[in-house]
Design a binder for this molecule. Structure first.
Ligand SMILES: *Cc1c(COP(=O)(O)O)cnc(C)c1O
Length: 461
């Protein structure tokens, strides 16, 4: 009677489960917390299923069996390595830029040890954590001063909050960007306490529009890079140079949010022209900011360059402390920046990928196809395709690429894509075009070919 009234009473307790010999033997191979966490989760699910009337009871034997089946899943980390077969070099969902070997070495040196993070080794006095990267940024770009914060969104926020709190910021209506997630320029402006002064129209904004908007409450002129869209056709917007001249005339600082910071000219990769940080600085802007993990190819960071007195103001804003970067970021960022003084295109993965010639991609595709071998349900071909750069950089640019294409009579492209993503130990993230799954060789390194092939085989075993 009692049992019927309360089916939850039949659910075994964690403690009782832990005493079973089959669960005990799991404890010899897995940490105790993993086993307990696994049990808790299964019991939680069963409780829910009972509540919803999906099951009426469950035995401890069944729970133990389920735990043994699922323990691998519970014990593997949530953040895992994947193979990026999308061809999108800067994929925000896949962690944007993979780091250079030199950056990883720097991380391994700094992470487990103490460091001079905020110690000036010459004087023995307290130093600034930014010094380590600022010196090198100055050397690369010849800027007056620099600051690094958590990401470029923080950089935008810090600049607006420091220079324009309670005052107006002039922005063209064609540049009121949404980068994705919660980053929408008008909202960031509002949370930073700045007042958005929109000028011009979606497609055309002239210098005179900016000039007419200037009043005694104007704090800043902002030029935002339209990173993920392009307005085409009847368009006009003033150059940065024209804006900086206007700014000088009225004593108003001009800030360029570049989005993706570039130290190399991407035209040599067959991509359309994108102004480099040098070009932008040359136009006379007072401040420029960009991401560390877009085309720069380093870690997540927001890099701010510009006039010394403005950078000082930013550094002293208490919010800067909230946005500060940690030593791991700094070590990898400094190491990556150093590569710009050597051979960036040979050593920075993002640039290497953009640079890879078609013939090389073709070769890799053949290697991957051979390494996969034959899989009964699958048809495997090699085809040319186009891929995007991604990551809020070069929105319309396409690169020629080569793909290994997977299709099947029995499985839909969606099912193939899902298997590749969910079944292998190292998941393969692919893209679908014309009902075919494409594995794009631009973002699969030579040393990943074997791993990718193994994962593909695992997905269909
Ligand atoms: C990407 C981007 C940002 C945000 O940078 P995060 O590093 O992702 O914080 C801001 N502005 C522009 C123009 C961007 O392209």
């Amino acid at each position: 009677m009692e049992e019927k009234a309360n089916p939850f009473r039949n659910l075994p307790k964690v403690d009782a489960m832990l005493e079973r010999s089959d669960v005990q033997s799991l404890l010899s191979s897995y940490p105790r917390w993993v086993v307990i966490e696994g049990l808790r989760r299964i019991l939680e699910e069963k409780r829910k299923a009972i509540k919803e009337g999906l099951i009426s009871s469950i035995s401890s034997d069944e729970i133990a069996k389920e735990l043994i089946d699922r323990i691998d899943e519970f014990s593997s980390p949530s953040l895992r390595r994947v193979i990026n077969a999308t061809g999108v070099v800067l994929h925000t969902n896949l962690g944007r830029a993979p780091l250079a070997k030199e950056a990883v070495e720097a991380l391994c040196e700094i992470a487990p040890n103490y460091s001079n993070l905020e110690l000036d080794l010459k004087t023995g006095k307290r130093g600034l954590r930014y010094t380590h990267v600022v010196q090198i940024i100055k050397r690369i770009t010849s800027c007056e001063s620099a600051l690094v914060v958590n990401n470029n969104a923080s950089a935008v926020f810090l600049i607006l909050n420091t220079l324009a709190k309670g005052r107006e910021v002039i922005v063209s209506r064609g540049e009121l960007i949404e980068i994705g997630g919660a980053f929408r320029l008008p909202d960031v402006m509002e949370s930073a306490g700045a007042i958005l002064k929109e000028v011009g129209t979606t497609n055309r904004t002239r210098v005179s529009d900016y000039e007419n908007a200037i009043n005694e409450n104007t704090a800043l002129i902002l030029k935002a890079h339209t990173s993920n869209y392009k307005i085409m056709g009847f368009v006009e917007s003033p150059s940065l140079k024209e804006l900086t001249e206007l700014g000088k005339k009225h004593g108003i600082p001009v800030y360029a949010d570049l989005g993706s910071g570039l130290f190399v000219d991407v035209r040599k990769f067959g991509l359309p022209h994108e102004p480099t940080v040098f070009e932008v600085l040359k136009s006379g802007v007072d401040l420029v900011s960009f991401s560390g993990d877009k085309l720069l190819g380093a870690t997540q960071a927001g890099i701010i360059l510009g006039k010394r007195e403005l950078i000082e103001k930013l550094r002293k804003n208490p919010i800067n402390r909230v946005l500060r970067i940690d030593k791991l970021t700094l070590s990898a960022l400094e190491a990556t920046l150093r590569l710009y003084m050597e051979e960036p295109e040979e050593k920075i993965p993002v640039l290497q990928m953009l640079k890879t010639p078609l013939a090389k991609l073709q070769e890799r595709a053949t290697e991957l196809k051979d390494a996969i071998g034959t899989i009964p349900q699958l048809r495997i071909d090699i085809k040319k395709a186009k891929s995007a750069v991604g990551g809020g950089a070069l929105p319309l640019a396409e690169l020629d690429t080569v793909c290994v294409c997977l299709s099947s009579e029995k499985l839909s492209a969606k099912e193939i894509e899902e298997r590749l993503r969910t079944k292998p130990k190292i998941p393969v993230i692919s893209r679908i075009k014309d009902d075919t799954v494409l594995l794009d060789l631009r973002t699969i390194r030579d040393d990943e070919i074997e791993i990718a092939a193994k994962s593909v085989r695992e997905a269909f075993s």
